[in-house]
Design a binder for this molecule. Structure first.
Ligand code: FAD
Length: 605
C-alpha cells in the first residue's frame, strides 16, 4: 500500500530558516501570520492531507468519475472529503476578508497546494479551479459579480472552472468559435446578459456532485469581435443562475450549459474532464469586451504556478514511496561487501544507481519546493507591499518565473515519478504499489495550462525581452549578490563555485539566445525548451546554495536535528556535483542552433 506523510519538517525549514517568511507579518493585512500561526495551520493541513485526502487517492483512481444522465458522480468518499475540506476553511485561506476570506498570505496557499496535490491530485483540482475563477473575478469582475460569486467560491459552496479549449483549438485560442450575443438585462442581477453558444472540451471540474453550483469562466467572441486573440471576451456563466433570497445569493434556475460527456483518460481519473455544451447559456461579461485574454491571463498565471506545485506534490509522494521500498527490498549485495550479512541480501538502497535515482528525486523535490515557496513569498510582496517599487520588482520576478515553475516543476515531477517506479522495479509497474498511478497522474501536468513547450516560448519570446531584460535582472541580481556575499566563505566554496559556473553559462547563453532570436525567431523557438531547463537548473542551484547556507548555520546548534541539516548539506553537494553540470550539455545543445531542426523537409520526417 502506498504511504504519505506531509513534509512538514521541510516546509518549516524553508519558511522559517531559509526564506524568513516572518517578514510577511510586516506587510499590511498579514500581521497575524506569525510563525506560530503558520505552524498550527501546517499541522492541520498535514492531518487533512494524510487522513482525509490520501486514503481516497488510490480508490478514487480505481473507481474514477461516472457520467450518469447528464450528471457526474465523483468517486466514493469525495463528497464527504470535500465537506471536511470546506468545514476546515481550506477554500478561503488566502481570500479577501471583505468576501469571507481569511486573508492569509498566498505563500500558505502554495504550501497547501503542494501538500493537497501530493495527497490526492485529482481531489485538489476541484478547489484549485475555484481559486482560478476567484482570481479572475476579483481582478476584473463588476461589483455585482464580486458580491455574488466571491463569497460562494470562498465558502466552497460553489466551485469554478476555466472553459477555454474547443475541439479545434487548444494552444491557439485565437481560433475559438463559441459565440456570445447580447441578450436582455438580467432581472435578478441587473447585469447585461449575453447568450453563449458553442462547445468546450477537456473542462476540468466542468460537472460534478461536490457543490451546489458551478461558476464557469468562458472565453467567447462577440459579434463585432476582431480576428484572433484580440477578439476574445471573458464571461461568467453559472450552471444555476443566481437569485436573491433572504438577503443573500443562491443557486436559482438552471442555465443552458451542460456536460455532454466525460473523457476516459490516462490519469487524474477522479477529476472529471468534461465536454461542456453551451446552448444560449446566459453569461455576463467579465472585464472589457474583446479584452478577455487579459483577464484570462490573471487566472492562467495563478493556475500555471499551481500546476507547477502539482508536479512537485507528485514528486514528493513518489519519493516517499520509493524510499520506503528501497530500504525494505532485499536484492543483491553492496559492491563494497555485504551490508546486511545476517540476511539473504542487502536492501537495494545500498546500490549506487538506486541511490542516484533516490537522490535525484530528493534533490529535485526539495530544491523545487524552495523555489516555488520563494515565488509564493514574492507574490505576497507583489500584492501587499506598500512600496510601489517593491511591488513592481516582485511582479517582474513572478512574471519571469511563472513559465519556469510551471514547466520545470512538472517535467521534473514526471521524471521523479518515473524514477520512483524504477526504484520499485516490476512492483512499480503494478497497481498495488501506487507508483504507476503517480506516473499517470503527473503526465497531464506537463500538458495542461499551456503545454510545456509553450511555457518555454513564453520565457524566450515574452519574458526574456520584456522591458529590455528587466524581468531577467530580477533573478540575475539576487543570484549575483548571493555569489558575491558568499564568495570568501570557505564553508560555502563547494556550493558557490559550481553555482557561479552554471550562472555564468546561463548569462552567456541568455545573450546568445536573445541575439540569435532577434535575427531569426526560429532560433529562439529552437532554443526555448533547453533554455528553460537550463534556467530551471540554475534556479534550483541558487536555492540549494541558500539551503546549504541555512543548514550550515543551523548545524552547530542543531541538537536533535543534526541529521536533518547534515542531509541537507549532502543533498546540496549531490545537486551541485551530479545534477547542475547538466547545464553545460544544455548550453552546447542550444549553441547547436535551429538549423539541425529546420533543415529537414516535412516529407523527410
Ligand atoms: C485532463 C485534461 C484537463 C484539462 N483541463 C482543461 C480545463 O480545465 N480548461 C481548458 O480550457 N482546457 C483544459 N485542458 C486542455 C489543455 O489545456 C490543452 O490540451 C492544452 O492547452 C494543449 O492544447 P491542445 O491539446 O489542443 O494541443 P495543441 O494546441 O494542438 O498542441 C499540440 C502540441 O503542439 C505544440 N504546439 C502548439 N502550438 C505551438 C506553437 N505555436 N509553438 C510550439 N509548439 C506548439 C504544443 O506544445 C503541444 O505539444 C485539459 C486537458 C486535459 C487532457
Amino acid at each position: 500500500m502506498p504511504q504519505f506523510k506531509a513534509p512538514v519538517d521541510d516546509v518549516r525549514f524553508l519558511l522559517h530558516e531559509v526564506l524568513d517568511a516572518q517578514q510577511l507579518t510586516a506587510l499590511p493585512g498579514y500581521e497575524e501570520a506569525t510563525p506560530d500561526l503558520v505552524d498550527a495551520i501546517l499541522d492541520e493541513a498535514a492531518k487533512l492531507s494524510e487522513n482525509a485526502l490520501f486514503p481516497l487517492n488510490q480508490s478514487g483512481d480505481q473507481e474514477g468519475c461516472r457520467f450518469e444522465n447528464g450528471v457526474v458522480r465523483t468517486p466514493t468518499g469525495f463528497k464527504e472529503a470535500y465537506e471536511t475540506f470546506v468545514a476546515g476553511g481550506w477554500t478561503s485561506l488566502a481570500g479577501d476578508p471583505a468576501y469571507g476570506g481569511q486573508g492569509l498570505p498566498k505563500l500558505l496557499e502554495f504550501v497547501m497546494t503542494e501538500m493537497f496535490s501530493a495527497a490526492n491530485l485529482s481531489f485538489s483540482i476541484y478547489p484549485g479551479l475555484s481559486h482560478g475563477a476567484y482570481n479572475a473575478l476579483e481582478a476584473f469582475g463588476t461589483e455585482t459579480q464580486k458580491s455574488i460569486y466571491l463569497p460562494k467560491l470562498l465558502d466552497g459552496s460553489w466551485s469554478g472552472t476555466m472553459c477555454l479549449t474547443e475541439p479545434h483549438c487548444g494552444t491557439d485560442l485565437g481560433l475559438i468559435r463559441t459565440k456570445a450575443v447580447p441578450g436582455d438585462i438580467d432581472a435578478a442581477t441587473g447585469e447585461q446578459s449575453y447568450k453563449l453558444t458553442g462547445t468546450k472540451i477537456f473542462i476540468s471540474a466542468g460537472e460534478h456532485d461536490l457543490t451546489d453550483n458551478i461558476v464557469h469562466l468562458v472565453l467567447a467572441k462577440l459579434p463585432d469581435a476582431p480576428e484572433g486573440v484580440r477578439g476574445i471576451s471573458l464571461f461568467v456563466v453559472p450552471k444555476f443562475k443566481p437569485k436573491a433570497e433572504n438577503g443573500s445569493w443562491q443557486a436559482g434556475p438552471r442555465n443552458g450549459i451542460a456536460c455532454g460527456s466525460i473523457e476516459h483518460k490516462m490519469g487524474i481519473k477522479a477529476s472529471s474532464t468534461c465536454v461542456m455544451n453551451l446552448d444560449e447559456a446566459e453569461g455576463y461579461l467579465v472585464g472589457a469586451p474583446h479584452k478577455g485574454m487579459r483577464a484570462m491571463f490573471v487566472m492562467m498565471n495563478a493556475a500555471r504556478l499551481a500546476v507547477g506545485l502539482q508536479g512537485l506534490g507528485v514528486a514528493e509522494v513518489s519519493y516517499q514511496n520509493a524510499l520506503a521500498y528501497a530500504k525494505d527490498r532485499l536484492q543483491g549485495r553492496a559492491l563494497s561487501g555485504a551490508a546486511n550479512p545476517d540476511k539473504p541480501a542487502d536492501p537495494i538502497i545500498v546500490h549506487p544507481d538506486v541511490r542516484k535515482n533516490l537522490l535525484t528525486m530528493k534533490a529535485f523535490t526539495e530544491g523545487a519546493r524552495a523555489l516555488a515557496f520563494w515565488i509564493g513569498l514574492t507574490i505576497d510582496h507583489q500584492i501587499n507591499n506598500p512600496d510601489p517599487k517593491a511591488r513592481q520588482e516582485a511582479d517582474d520576478l513572478v512574471q519571469l518565473m511563472t513559465p519556469i515553475i510551471k514547466a520545470n516543476l512538472t517535467d521534473m515531477g514526471y521524471e521523479a515519478a518515473n524514477l520512483g517506479m524504477q526504484v520499485l522495479g516490476g512492483h512499480g509497474y503494478i497497481q498495488e504499489w501506487g507508483l504507476e498511478q503517480y506516473v499517470r497522474d503527473a503526465r497531464i501536468t506537463q500538458i495542461y495550462e499551456g503545454a510545456n513547450g509553450i511555457q518555454a516560448l513564453d520565457l524566450v519570446g515574452r519574458k526574456m525581452p520584456a522591458h529590455m531584460g528587466r524581468y531577467l535582472r530580477r533573478f540575475f541580481h539576487p543570484v549575483a549578490e548571493f555569489l558575491e556575499q558568499n564568495r570568501d566563505d570557505p564553508a560555502m566554496a563547494e556550493f558557490i563555485r559550481p553555482l557561479a559556473r552554471a550562472f555564468e553559462q546561463l548569462q552567456m547563453i541568455t545573450g546568445l539566445v536573445a541575439q540569435r532570436g532577434l535575427e531569426n525567431p526560429e532560433e529562439a523557438g529552437a532554443a526555448s525548451s533547453d533554455y528553460l531547463r537550463m534556467f530551471g537548473l540554475v534556479a534550483l542551484g541558487y536555492m540549494w546554495a541558500r539551503m546549504a547556507k541555512a543548514a550550515g548555520q543551523q548545524l552547530p546548534q542543531a541538537n536533535g536535528r543534526a541529521d536533518f541539516y547534515d542531509a541537507k548539506l549532502k543533498t546540496a553537494r549531490f545537486f551541485m556535483k551530479r545534477i547542475l553540470p547538466q547545464t553545460a550539455a544544455l548550453a552546447l545543445a542550444i549553441k547547436g542552433g535551429a538549423e539541425p531542426l529546420m533543415a529537414m523537409d516535412v516529407d523527410q520526417f
